[in-house]
Design a protein around this ligand. Structure first.
Ligand SMILES: *[C@@H]1O[C@H](CO)[C@@H](O)[C@H](O)[C@H]1NC(C)=O
Ligand SMILES: *[C@@H]1O[C@H](CO)[C@@H](O)[C@H](O)[C@H]1NC(C)=O
Ligand SMILES: *[C@@H]1O[C@H](CO)[C@@H](O)[C@H](O)[C@H]1NC(C)=O
Ligand SMILES: *[C@@H]1O[C@H](CO)[C@@H](O)[C@H](O)[C@H]1NC(C)=O
Ligand SMILES: *[C@@H]1O[C@H](CO)[C@@H](O)[C@H](O)[C@H]1NC(C)=O
Length: 412
């Protein structure tokens, strides 16, 4: 344990040394440049037009987004009119809600998808990762400096040299068809690639807790539109989900009216920020995340992505259907401290909101106002050692959405 801590401390030091120079050399905000640093929601009225940049290539040509953006006109299987209205707004700031909460509804086989919509990027020579790993020699052993890999929304398609699309069964690699007797059972894993890839995304089920329902997401999230039982040649479902479901990401339009109107949506979040070295830290279990707690964590400057593991993980709150307001999150002063004293741009947490319920709106506003910080909520952080990883979080490319389910993985 002590040895592990020392090793972790060394890793942190190396990471910090490295990231400080990286932070200095790249102008990184939650939104790709051009970025207007002095623009706050207050100077909107002064005639400066706010508009997000929509990019296909990030990080100086190293990250290619090869997913299509969802929009109403995009082609949709069997429809002459395209996808149509795929986002609804059941709760809106215009009619008294404190935040806008969209709901998405679309055929599962829409846009770029596997058997559910998928976000895929190509990473070319991920220099950040490689620099980091060449510094940390012991971790470097398995890395190929020029590898290109696919980072899909569903892990079953992660391109893996020898494996079939589905991971082998636990303890049964010979016949991986998943047959036990005559029953077909797909393996469901949390860890892939011999312990190198952790899925830190919660599976969406009808029992996944939801901030807007006491009974979880419910059965409606996936409905068969056409079914083989009804003599169709295939099964074809429709997804209907609040945009802030399960493991998800918030865009600034979630709580800022002007950002929403200007189009600061999921599609314009910076993939470079959503992908790269990250620190998984344990937060003291007896408090919400205040300024004092943030200070005690000693997150060094230069660290840009931090996943905060809290009491929420110990209490297994994400596994309970009923929404629980006593979850741990950021108090406003904790959010402010983070913003003022760290270089963190990804704040990840293990329940549905980074903000403690008592400071739900104020903490969100602190984080989202500058548009430099991306909030990833509802992470699954059980059974992973605290320390340094590469995180990859890919939201769906939903045009106009202020939130999106996201697939996040950690790579050791
Ligand atoms: C609030 O407004 C949205 C759209 O503006 C509408 O769809 C929704 O039904 C409204 N909700 C209530 C409670 O009035
Ligand atoms: C199959 O068809 C029946 C009758 O038309 C309908 O009630 C049922 O909902 C359909 N089921 C599915 C899964 O499509
Ligand atoms: C198709 O949907 C039916 C429900 O109507 C389900 O029982 C069946 O397992 C599905 N078949 C396939 C191939 O997914
Ligand atoms: C909320 O939704 C309304 C539509 O009802 C929209 O006009 C407004 O810009 C949204 N505000 C925010 C903060 O998302
Ligand atoms: C965190 O704050 C919530 C209210 O937002 C409260 O219910 C909970 O007890 C607090 N947790 C801790 C560990 O202090």
């Amino acid at each position: 344990m002590a040895t592990a801590n020392v090793a972790a401390a060394i890793l942190v030091t190396i990471l910090v040394t490295y990231s400080v120079s990286a932070a200095a050399s790249v102008a990184d905000d939650a939104y790709p440049s051009p970025f207007i640093p002095t623009l706050t929601p207050c100077n909107l009225d002064e005639g400066i037009s706010l508009s997000p940049v929509r990019k296909e290539v990030y990080d100086d040509g190293h990250i290619f987004d090869i997913s299509h953006r969802y929009h109403t006109e995009m082609p949709s299987w069997g429809s002459d009119d395209g996808l149509g209205q795929f986002l609804g707004l059941p709760a809106s700031m215009k009619n008294g809600s404190l935040a806008n909460n969209s709901e998405m509804k679309m055929p599962t086989h829409t846009g770029i998808h596997v058997d559910a919509p998928v976000h895929v990027v190509l990473l070319k020579d991920p220099k950040n990762i490689n620099k980091l790993f060449s510094l940390v020699k012991m971790l470097a052993r398995k890395m190929n400096p020029q590898f290109i890999y696919l980072m899909p929304f569903l892990p079953s398609v992660i391109v893996s040299s020898q494996n079939s699309a589905y991971p082998p069964l636990y303890g049964d690699d010979k016949d991986s068809c998943g047959s036990i007797g005559s029953t077909l059972i797909p393996p469901r894993k949390e860890v892939y690639g011999n312990g190198r890839i952790y899925d830190i995304t919660h599976r969406i089920t009808s029992g996944t807790p939801s901030g807007i329902s006491e009974d979880g997401i419910g059965d409606e999230y996936l409905k068969l539109h056409e079914s083989m039982k009804n003599r169709s040649d295939y099964n074809f479902s429709v997804i209907k989900l609040p945009a802030h479901s399960g493991t998800h990401v918030d865009a600034p339009g979630h709580m800022f009216q002007n950002y929403y109107e200007a189009g600061f949506d999921i599609d314009s979040l910076d993939l470079e920020v959503l992908s790269g070295p990250a620190l998984l830290v344990d937060v003291p279990r007896d408090k919400n995340i205040t300024a004092e707690v943030m200070k005690s964590l000693h997150v060094p400057r230069g660290v840009r992505r931090v996943l905060f593991r809290t009491l929420n993980t110990d209490r297994r709150l994400m596994w309970k259907k009923q929404f629980d307001t006593s979850y741990v999150g950021f108090m406003k002063d904790g959010a402010q401290w983070l913003k003022d004293n760290t270089d963190i741009q990804i704040v990840g947490i293990d329940y549905l909101s980074v903000a403690a319920y008592d400071d739900l709106i104020p903490s969100h506003l602190v984080f989202l106002e500058s548009r430099e910080i991306i909030l990833v909520e509802g992470l699954k952080l059980e059974d992973i050692e605290a320390g340094i990883y590469n995180v990859h979080c890919l939201p769906l490319r939903l045009l106009g959405a202020e939130g999106s389910p996201i697939r996040c993985i950690l790579i050791k």
